[in-house]
Write a protein that binds this ligand. Structure first.
Ligand code: GLP
Length: 244
């Protein structure tokens, strides 16, 4: 794993932005795996700026988001699809039919999961899969105990995940209990994985990920098994990692 230390959140976002833009400029039809949460917001803001300054085009890009809450359509203001439209898709020139988010409101969720996997396959390999780090070590919505070979499926959210995501909802009772998540096996097939981590509140988890052997009890540790992982983390997030 390659670890890049950023001074702060802004620099982490700048470095991640450079990496995405470089891929856009060097790969003819780039495919990105995208994440939600607070961590990638700065990156998405920068991508919009670079697009507006005509430094990058997403005309030939395809994206696949990691996850979506079950029961939530793209029009629902708390859905991840809505989040992505508001924070990125509506402001760049990506084709609507190339910006994929699992459909949490699908009538047949199993079919939706199978079809999502199929679409990823048809797009070719994901060039860069962006990840954030959940407070319990989850990636996407793959909670502790998820098999490392899992595929896109309906998952149950851990209580700790629902608590930490309650900040986006009126109350904890409103946080969905299930979601569709890209599988760990699916994520691991990406050509490169870019994990962004910011803030001292992530320092213990990040140190644990870096110092542990791969274990299904701690999903992010699977990244040790991938040949091309870049972690861009800021000073706070790296504060408990020796040598940083
Ligand atoms: C959510 C998302 C993850 C995200 C994680 C961390 O649960 N499903 O994809 O990486 O939270 O979020 P944050 O970046 O807000 O810390």
């Amino acid at each position: 794993m390659k670890i890049i230390r950023a001074e702060d959140y802004n620099q982490m976002s700048d470095l991640a932005c450079e990496k995405i833009i470089e891929t856009c400029q060097t790969v003819k039809r780039p495919v990105f795996g995208l994440a939600t949460g607070d961590t990638p917001n700065g990156l998405y803001e920068r991508l919009i700026q670079k697009y507006e300054q005509k430094e990058v085009s997403f005309e030939h890009a395809t994206t696949f988001n990691l996850d979506e809450y079950v029961g939530y359509s793209k029009e629902h203001s708390k859905s991840y699809h809505y989040y992505m439209s508001e924070r990125l898709f509506n402001h760049i020139n990506i084709r609507e039919d190339h910006a994929h988010v699992p459909n949490g409101a699908a009538l047949n969720l199993q079919e939706e999961c199978v079809s999502y996997e199929q679409k990823i396959k048809e797009a070719g390999r994901i060039n860069i899969q962006l990840l954030g780090l959940g407070a319990n070590g989850h990636i996407g919505f793959n909670e502790p105990g998820t098999p490392f070979d899992s595929r896109t499926e309906v998952v149950f959210l851990a209580d700790s995940t629902r608590q930490s995501n309650a900040r986006f909802f009126p109350s904890i009772e409103d946080v969905p209990k299930t979601a569709i998540s890209m599988g760990i096996g699916t994520i691991m097939e990406s050509e490169e994985i870019l994990l962004l981590v910011s803030g001292e509140q992530k320092a213990d988890i990040l140190a644990h990920v870096l110092n542990s052997e791969p274990s299904e009890e701690f999903p992010a540790t699977v990244l040790h098994n991938h040949e091309k992982v870049t972690i861009i983390a800021d000073k706070g997030a790296l504060s408990k990692v020796k040598g940083f």
